[in-house]
Design a protein around this ligand. Structure first.
Ligand code: FES
Length: 103
């Protein structure tokens, strides 16, 4: 378990790119949830931390759209819903006002 960030560093609706042991991790805060994904899009390594937060259809915001070619990934699972590659999602642990990650 590796310290990632203090919750206050990532306001609701924001994201932060954090390097952990040489891995670029994009951390997103959406409502009362936090998500951690490998920053490299599985298509051509586009920076997911610079993507757009979106929903699937009518639902709440739960996905990130890559800024390079528009592939979209579920924030919780990395599922691309049919594209030939999924994003890598890391387990996050929330303890008091801090976030920890397992790579
Ligand atoms: S690099 Fe992300 S969609 Fe192409």
């Amino acid at each position: 378990m590796i310290f990632l960030a203090k919750i206050a560093e990532i306001p609701d609706g924001e994201r932060k790119l954090i390097e952990v042991n040489g891995v670029d991790v994009a951390v997103f805060h959406v409502g009362d949830r936090f998500y951690a994904l490998n920053n490299a899009c599985p298509h051509r390594q586009g920076p997911l931390s610079r993507g757009t937060l979106e929903n699937w259809g009518e639902g709440p915001i739960c996905a990130i759209r890559c800024p390079m070619h528009g592939w979209k990934f579920d924030l919780a699972t990395g599922d691309s819903h049919g594209r030939p590659g999924n994003a890598t999602v890391y387990p996050l642990i929330r303890q008091n006002d801090e976030l920890y990650i397992e790579l």
